[in-house]
Ligand binder design. Sequence first.
Ligand SMILES: Cc1ncc(COP(=O)(O)O)c(C=O)c1O
Length: 406
Amino acid sequence: MASAESTRTRWAGWIATSNDVTGQFLAAADQPGFVSLAGGLPAAELYPVEAVAAASVRALERWGGTALEYGPCEGFPALRKAIAERVSLATGGTFHAEHVLLTTGAMQGLDLLGKALVDPGDLIVAQFPTYLGALDAWRPRMPRYERLSWDPRHPNTDEQLRAARFVYAVPNFSNPTGVLVPRDQRAALLERVARSGSWLVEDDPYLVLQLDDPVGPGLLELDVAARGDRPYDGPVVYCGTLSKSIAPGLRIGWMVGEPGLIRMLALAKQCSDLSSSMFTHAVALELLEADVEAAHVPAILACYRERRDAMHDVLVAELGEWFTGDRPSGGMFFWLEARRGAIDTDALYQRALREGVAFVPSSVFDPHGELRTAMRLNFTRNEPDVMAEGVRRLARAIRGYLSEET
Ligand SMILES: Cc1ncc(COP(=O)(O)O)c(C=O)c1O
């Protein structure tokens, strides 16, 4: 007969497929002097603390107890409306509150997509390598994955797209690769997915982090242009957030899409948390109305440009012998691939932790865990001299790894 203990520790099946890399680097980052190049974190010293404090006071004066209530599952009505107006303005389309679901960060939006659309064994066609948080969000749904191809010369088959519950794309400065997908490839994908009858999820947290040239239209904007100005009823489901433009601790995200889908996602949200915090929604409304992003984003961009360029120089100097990668034109990450595929970054990761530096190994961005020759490095969180020290430690870890291998 099974003992009480053995029953207590029998976890749901999906737990065995999870990874503890995030937990490991968060725990390591607490050690004094440790350099984490792992997380996708903003420069904390730039958070607009005073603007958020003032917005919090204004929110309570304006809404009183309403801001402290449970609220509608879809989110604080005035903020829903403000996001609908923002998206209408940005895309030239017609969006109303019914097109918008407010979420606890974009991450909850990903979770709700899995919850509302995916049964075990269902297919997700996802950009590869894939954002770890998305894989984590969908893990409990136990989907199958196939790769999204942006290349119109080698497109996903119509059959594949039709079979997918949704297609997942991060066209602007993707996580983890930092890649900016060109306009013609976006348009080609949109056209094929629209024909297939599947949903096309556009996850867009890095939109504001345009460090060089302005980016072209996103998938939602392209679809709006193709459909004219009737209320939106197309296949694109857009995920936005204030995490990168103001602060991640606000946990303000939104999904924008066809109203029938938004209703189903709201039902899924009700089963998760009843409602998000009306207080932070009311604060976010104040921040948007005061146009805090417009005042704040230029300072972020100046800081990130400098950090990206400093990081690029030190990566070339210290790691160029073993790794290669592009200088990203936005976002938060460098993606480095081992020259000649000769370095297993899972093994290197353990060595790097011992040297006092963390990166994210590529295997966690592969739904099948097989991509083991690349890594993601963040350039936004740390000052340039701290990043440089982290990269020097990484170079030491690589030398140690290679000397053990030979
Ligand atoms: C591609 C992508 N999607 C979603 C998120 C989650 O963002 P949020 O903080 O809004 O939950 C992130 C966070 O880094 C991300 O990189």
